[in-house]
Design a protein around this ligand. Structure first.
Ligand code: ATP
Ligand code: MG
Length: 123
């Protein structure tokens, strides 16, 4: 549909104090593509993912989703929801990520209700 890459990351940098956690990271993910980032503990994988999700602000570099720059804060509920629809974290540890008191159906239903409020019946 779009000629843009699904995700384009250009020269991303993030420091915590004097420690450079992410140093000049660039990559591209095409529509329908996938990418694995592999590296030793502390090499900046989670920090990179947190910047993509908007949980951490880059010191430098650009993140483009479908060709649109993610710089700048999302203002208001609608803008925040639109951003969250574009990128979501899937945390790997089920014991930390999944609440045993919440059913699978409720887990799946909540984001559908948030992001597709008019599709109640389909959900
Ligand atoms: N909020 C923070 N404050 C200070 N230092 C941080 C913070 N978050 C990450 N760091 C540091 O940044 C570096 C990169 O950490 P990060 O968690 O991104 O690595 P990682 O590649 O995900 O490691 P792991 O494989 O262990 O998950 C590490 O040195 C870490 O200690
Ligand atoms: Mg990590």
């Amino acid at each position: 549909m779009s000629e843009h890459d699904a995700l384009r990351v250009e020269s991303l940098r993030k420091s915590f104090g004097a420690h450079v956690a992410v140093d000049d990271v660039s990559f591209t993910v095409r529509q329908g593509g996938s990418l694995a980032i592999v590296g030793e503990s502390g090499s900046g994988k989670t920090t990179t993912a947190r910047m993509l999700a908007g949980l951490e602000r880059p010191d430098a570099g650009r993140i483009l989703v479908g060709g649109r720059d993610r710089a700048g804060a999302a203002r208001g509920r609608a803008a925040r929801l639109a951003r969250a629809r574009e990128i979501q974290m899937v945390f790997q540890d089920p014991y930390l990520s999944l609440d045993p008191r919440v059913t699978v159906a409720a887990c799946v239903e909540e984001p559908l209700r948030l992001h597709f409020p008019h599709a109640r019946a389909a959900a």
